[in-house]
Design a protein around this ligand. Structure first.
Ligand SMILES: [Zn+2]
Length: 146
């Protein structure tokens, strides 16, 4: 049994367990009432709440975007670190997954590789041409816009 700090009534422990299983000082009924009050307040003051938020963002745009940037950066680093660790710990699994992906998408992968090679070859040919006959390609393009 525990005593609620607001209504001062004793209730069994399970009425004090929060969403994350942490320590809660209010009984379930008081917490429900709190939530209901918040909902009602928000419903009655929707415009006011929105306007306050909007003004807060406008006034703190610089600060907020800076902290958002930092948050994103910190998380990107954390994220890539996690990925790296995962790969290191699951080297075999990752390799197997790649192998299976390749087996299932062989045609597609080969096609796309071929396309890339062709593109590269075309670029290389253009570059070679440009090296041999400087300005010729540009002249061709301007005289033949298609
Ligand atoms: Zn209570």
């Amino acid at each position: 049994m525990k005593t609620c700090t607001r209504c001062k009534k004793p209730y069994p422990d399970e009425l004090f367990i929060g969403a994350k299983g942490g320590e809660v000082k209010l009984c379930m009924y008081c917490r429900e009432k709190d939530g209901e009050r918040k909902r009602q307040y928000y419903a009655a003051n929707r415009e006011k709440v929105r306007e306050r938020k909007r003004r807060y963002y406008a006034a703190n745009r610089e600060k907020l975007s800076a902290s958002q940037r930092q948050y994103r950066k910190a998380n990107r680093e954390k994220h890539s670190e996690r990925k790296r660790q995962y790969r290191a710990a699951n080297r075999e699994k990752v390799r197997e997954r790649k192998r299976r992906y390749y087996a299932a998408n062989r045609e597609k992968i080969i096609m796309s590789n071929q396309r890339n090679t062709e593109e590269r070859r075309k670029h290389q040919a253009n570059a070679d041409m440009e090296a041999l006959f400087p300005g010729m390609l540009a002249a061709q393009i301007t005289s033949n816009p298609q």
